[in-house]
Design a binder for this molecule. Structure first.
Ligand SMILES: *Cc1c(COP(=O)(O)O)cnc(C)c1O
Length: 418
């Protein structure tokens, strides 16, 4: 195994293991932890307690967080429902709209590269008699808004299109889709777990009626999220998934996760202030990583659009090198193949397949997820490690020239289409 270990020296300022999987989850920002600490210790009250200061304090903390989350997406605080994360928010949005609008229609439009937390909900709704249209994406991972328009019919009650993809970072044209939905009087939900706090989103400018977000994708805690539900023009009706004490305007019962909610709020407040500078920094780091990988290796291609993409995301296929082997060779760098959720299943990613990649190429794909705490020295070190590992692994297996050129052609096609 010594041959497989890198001869590349670990530079000063780099501590192993390196975390570069920020689309799976983000580390907690220390400022978020600081904001949460009082709620975990002395300020432990239940915000539903109306008879003493412990309850009032907790309620105040929750309402501050609600305003912080709302402000990040251009919503009003009354439109935010706290949940356990984006998975629950997606369930509440889709099933809630479906149940509340059953009499109006039974058709929902979504697209092939959604997160499982949307696709699996759609599968469930199909069992209950809803008809789902799964739109294809172009080779660059983007949905054509005209296709959305064509898919709408008299029975359509909801369009659900994610803002940013978790595997390839593709930023969908949600503004254009929102306008189409508004024109046709169809509700528009967006799973924005990856986009919120990374790229500007405004529910009014983008015509969004429901939006899911998650704490741990924006340097907040796990197990907390929110669903934005529009209250004005139109007022969106949804039914609850969890009944109980009538918390969150009856839309999500259960004692509020005060530390989590406070952390989510703080994470949103930080993102609002720092998003622009952070995006510029991550975009530059991503460019540096991509340039080193493409400069140092042939037989590579980038998956997904480079023009409309999350700044911290890079997804690349390395011809002839299985993602699993590559990750093993750089085992003290946290990278991922496919999404965290599907990689356990060992199936090729449904996202990469939707781009038109064959299984073999999909199995050679790696996601680099750069985040707030990654540094330039880390990026340079990881790039060097990957280049050297790919070269070494390729020496071990005979190369299939035909497959290599077909993969390069596929990459070229995506680049030209943008
Ligand atoms: C992570 C993620 C989810 C799930 O969010 P949880 O808060 O972990 O439930 C849903 N959609 C997208 C796009 C994600 O990236």
């Amino acid at each position: 195994m010594t041959r497989m270990q890198s001869q590349i020296e670990v530079p000063a300022g780099v501590h192993l293991p390196i975390y570069m999987d920020n689309q799976a989850t983000c580390p907690l920002d220390p400022r978020v932890l600081e904001a949460m600490m009082p709620c975990l210790t002395t300020r432990f009250g239940n915000p539903a307690s109306r008879s003493h200061s412990f309850g009032w304090e907790a309620e105040q903390a929750v309402e501050t967080a609600r305003a912080q989350a709302a402000q990040l997406i251009g919503a009003t605080p009354q439109e935010m429902v706290f949940t356990s994360g984006a998975t629950e928010s997606n369930n509440l949005a889709l099933k809630g709209v479906a149940e509340a609008n059953r009499k109006r229609g039974n058709h929902i439009v979504t697209q092939a590269t959604e997160h499982r937390a949307v696709l699996d909900v759609c599968r469930r709704l199909e069992k209950f008699g809803f008809r789902i249209t799964y739109l294809p994406v172009k080779a660059d991972g983007l949905v054509d808004p005209e296709e959305v328009k064509r898919a709408l019919g008299a029975e359509t009650i909801l369009v659900s299109i994610m803002a940013a993809n978790n595997e390839i970072g593709a930023l969908q044209p949600i503004g254009a889709i929102g306008r189409i939905c508004r024109e046709k009087g169809v509700l528009f939900h967006s799973d924005a777990a990856q986009a919120v706090g990374k790229v500007p989103i405004d529910v009014n400018a983008d015509g969004i009626d429901l939006l899911s977000l998650s704490g741990h994708k924006i340097y907040g805690p796990k197990g907390v999220g929110a669903l934005y539900v529009r209250r004005r023009s139109p007022r969106v009706a949804i039914t609850a998934r969890v009944d109980g004490g009538g918390h969150e305007r009856g839309l999500r019962s259960g004692t509020l996760n005060v530390p989590g909610i406070v952390g989510l709020g703080k994470a949103c407040a930080i993102a609002r202030v720092e998003m622009e500078a952070e995006s510029a920094r991550l975009g530059a780091l991503r460019g540096r990583l991509q340039a080193t990988l493409q400069g140092g290796l042939d037989g590579v291609c980038v998956n997904g659009s480079m023009e409309s993409r999350l700044p911290g995301n890079l997804n690349m296929s390395f011809f002839g090198v299985e993602a699993e082997s590559l990750m093993m060779a750089v085992s003290n760098v946290a990278l991922s193949s496919g999404s965290a959720c599907t990689s356990a299943a060992h199936e090729p990613s449904h996202v990469l397949r939707a781009l038109g990649l064959d299984d073999k190429t999909a199995h050679c794909s790696i996601r680099f997820g750069l985040g707030r705490f990654n540094t330039e020295v880390e990026v340079d070190y990881v790039a060097a490690r990957v280049v050297s590992a790919v070269k070494r692994l390729r020496e071990l297996v005979p190369r299939d020239e035909a497959a290599k050129s077909s993969m390069e052609l596929a990459g070229e096609r995506v680049r030209r289409r943008g």
